[in-house]
Design a protein around this ligand. Structure first.
Ligand code: ADP
Ligand code: ASP
Ligand code: MG
Length: 467
């Protein structure tokens, strides 16, 4: 048995969906369990719809809802599954779900986290039903298994935490009999439900996480994450055209990259893989024969990688908070007092750097910032700077290399660097710059760290196979 997850980038058109079904067909001897994200771009539209409904914009919301339905209708017609009676019935259930969730927001007068999740989760319902309809037409027996009934989570809407053991019992009881009968189960990624049966989501991009969670529950050894790139690349291809595939990565390297913004993997994806010893393979549904990136604990050590940066990631839209307190910073208990405020408001801190009298940190989620600042101002002066970005260099080789910060600062003399941190794991080096500098800084770093050495150090790694 294995798990295969297809992202929105692989499910954007009827042609793409057919291609995905052929990939699933090629894996039938390995007994695949499929995890589906929504049609590409649909979750963004649903987010927009939730906002419009929350603002009481009835006409605009109705127009967007129609557009979302029409987009699915076109795909369904091109897939020739509109004559499939089961699918037609399901399709109407999906449309009904969209209307109900939108009307619930109107009735409430504003959108809250629960209503938001109820609406933005519907995209996955359409695709998780479309794939079985197409597979059945191809002669492959397949059904949707509703993730809302299988993945139990807490009630933190928008960033729900899975309740692993209880979910595992449900997943095993439902999925194993299907697989044993030769059926391909297709589950919605990204979504689950709380104990009261209310739909929850795992956070944007969360279907990668669903895939490794389901994989861990089913005890598989391989989870394939199918996207539209040849694997994990040396940088975001939208900023660096020359970005190259990385053949092997350790869990640590991939987890750092995911955490620091490499969108190809949701930040939580690797946690179940580490704990349950699964290999995660990132593959390209547009280039299915290419072997992609294998991420595992037994990632081969490439001697040529010694001292090398393997990949460069970045995370935008961050806020830097600088706290100054001449009296107290070094005093016992100050840090605890400071971080207690962030804890209380459930605001995660990404990067921290201290000096004698100031402490700077970055946060991603500014939802509670207006409450946090007055609390900090009770015991320190506070400065808030927005539109910042973390740049993160990742590679096991960094552990054994001296002088990389010096090389970076030399290279970026014309760039304001706010704070710098060598991660505790020693495999990442991160620093904060103005968001507007990213299009200049990332390609420059990539050229510096990869251009001459690329062939030797990234491509040669291909020759080193796991033992
Ligand atoms: P999916 O819909 O398949 O989940 P995502 O859009 O979530 O796809 O993630 C894939 C995208 O991540 C790629 O198209 C690429 O633009 C972006 N990306 C950013 N950084 C990287 C990286 N280091 N390696 C690969 N892809 C990256
Ligand atoms: N469809 C969801 C999103 O766009 C989940 C995912 O793509 O993984 O965030
Ligand atoms: Mg994704």
């Amino acid at each position: 048995m294995m798990v295969m997850k297809f992202g929105g980038t692989s499910l954007g058109t009827a042609e793409a969906i057919r291609r995905v079904c052929r990939i699933i067909q090629s894996r039938t001897p390995q007994q695949p369990v499929v995890v589906a994200s929504a049609v590409g771009g649909i979750t963004n539209k649903l987010v927009q719809l939730a906002k419009l409904a929350g603002a009481g914009e009835k006409e605009q919301a109705a127009a967007l809802l129609d557009e979302i339905v029409a987009q699915h209708e076109r795909i369904v017609a091109e897939l020739f599954i509109n004559d499939d009676l089961t699918y037609s019935a399901v399709f109407h259930v999906g449309i009904e779900m969209l209307h109900t969730a939108t009307n619930d927001i109107f009735a409430n007068g504003e959108v809250n986290d629960e209503l938001y999740d109820a609406l933005i989760s519907v995209g996955e319902f359409f695709t998780a039903n479309m794939l079985p309809a197409v597979l059945n037409k191809m002669g492959i027996s397949s059904v949707m298994a509703d993730a809302r009934k299988l993945l139990l989570t807490d009630a933190s809407f928008g960033a729900a935490r899975p309740l692993f053991d209880e979910s595992k019992e449900r997943v095993i009881a439902t999925i194993l009999p299907l697989v044993d009968q030769g059926v391909v189960p297709v589950l919605q990624g990204f979504i689950g439900s709380d104990r009261q049966g209310r739909t929850t989501t795992l956070g944007r991009g969360g279907s990668d996480y669903s895939a490794t969670l389901f994989g861990a529950m089913l005890g598989v050894s391989t989870v394939e994450i199918w996207s539209d790139v040849d694997g994990v690349l040396t940088a975001d291809p939208s900023l660096v055209k020359e970005a190259r595939r990385i053949r092997y990565m350790s869990f640590h390297e991939a987890a750092e990259l995911a955490y620091f913004g490499a969108k190809v993997l949701h930040p939580a994806t690797l946690a179940p893989a580490v704990e349950h010893h699964m290999t995660v393979v990132v593959l390209n549904s547009m280039n299915p024969d290419f072997d992609g990136t294998a991420i595992s604990s037994t990632s081969p050590v490439d001697p040529l990688h010694e001292g090398r940066v393997k990949s460069i990631a970045y995370k935008e839209n961050l806020t830097v908070i600088t706290v100054t307190s001449s009296r107290m910073l070094m005093a016992y208990g100050f840090m605890a007092q400071l971080f207690a405020v962030f804890d209380e408001y459930q605001t995660a801190v990404d990067l921290v750097s201290t000096s004698e009298v100031t402490l700077s940190l970055t946060i991603d989620n500014t939802k509670n910032l207006s409450a946090i600042i007055p609390r900090l101002e009770k015991f320190a002066q506070v400065r808030v700077e927005e539109k910042k970005a973390i740049v993160c260099l990742v590679g096991e080789g960094l552990k054994r290399t001296k002088g990389i910060p010096g090389r970076i600062f030399g290279l970026l003399q014309d760039t304001h660097i706010y704070l710098i941190s060598q991660g505790a794991s020693e495999i990442n080096l991160s620093f904060v710059i103005d968001e507007k500098d990213l299009p200049r800084v990332i390609p420059r770093l990539h050229r510096y760290f990869f251009s001459q050495e690329l062939d030797r150090h990234v491509v040669t790694a291909d020759a080193v196979r796991p033992s």
